[in-house]
Design a protein around this ligand. Sequence first.
Ligand SMILES: Cc1ncc(COP(=O)(O)O)c(C=O)c1O
Length: 375
Amino acid sequence: MEWLKEELDRIKKASLYRSRSLREGILDFCSNDYLGLRDHPEVIEVSLRVLKDGGLGSGASQLVSGYTKYHKALEEKLAEFKGTECCVVFGSGYLANLGAISSLVREEDAIFSDELNHASIIDACRLSKASVFVFRHRDYHHLEELLQTHRRSFRRCLIVSDTVFSMDGDVANISTLKRMAKEYECMLYLDEAHATGTIGKSGKGGLEEFSESWEEFMILMGTLSKALGSYGAFVCGSKALCEYLVNKARSLIFSTSLPACLCAGAEKSLEVIEREPWRVKKLKTLSERMFENLRSFGFDISFHQTPIIPIMVYDEKKALSIRDALLERGVFIQAIRHPTVAIGKARLRLTASLRYSEEDLELLFSSIKSVAIAC
Ligand SMILES: Cc1ncc(COP(=O)(O)O)c(C=O)c1O
């Protein structure tokens, strides 16, 4: 097993080594808990109640005995929130993408995928055995060229894109994708992991942001683990789609169901988002404020009106040293490097969250300013 050490040495030399650390007492400025709902009193209260009632684990897969009234209620709420006919919950976003995509397309089919789609989509495309055509990031002329050249040679076709891209914070053009999917008779699969609860006037995601409505050929996947402050995921679409996934998605069939307390907590988060629309509005204002404050410090910061605000450093080693310099000041913003992003595109992935107090923000701004001066 000497090769393990050699491989690890190679990773270290390239400044790509990763380890998990406990960062107690340090302010986290890179989580996906955008709306600060993971410890909302009502979310905690309902989750605890269901935990005490039903126990910790769900005991079995959804198709055996792990499907409860809490799963059903959450699915109904999500379908209503996303404006679709139906919804199916999954154990995680990774499992949802793997199970849904690999059951929708097979060897005879084609997938057209944005080059910056999440790793779980890339893995799902491979698992499906479909032919995969990768289009340049948000370059829909390129997508159309690929569709014109290849669509006719395949049976089914799936266009897949993140709605909000997880490491860049930019947003796919949902109207264009929808039009192309329709024109070329494809299914449109949108990963709304970072769009749910963050974009659209009331946090409903990409369709609301682009004033579009759901149609039968559209599949909306999302996670419970980000703005909803829970854990797990969902796929929304037509009634037939849900029935199909329950019968064919292997990551649903052969995996233990999500614990009911997580479903109840996520459902409560949705209720809070709907009842208190100021949260989504405030997140937008905060994101803008953070960007405006930080842009003057000389870093290359991109901003796309979402809570993901990457501070571009490019060089892997430098990204690590900036992360560590911020850590010394009590501020944690993780350095994101290859293979999450391309080599030479390292960044600190700063996120906006309603968790931050005014003092937290002061510390963030002053720390970034002093680190910027020093480097
Ligand atoms: C765009 C996107 N899709 C899917 C996932 C996977 O979700 P989960 O963490 O629930 O497995 C993530 C991140 O975690 C993501 O950023």
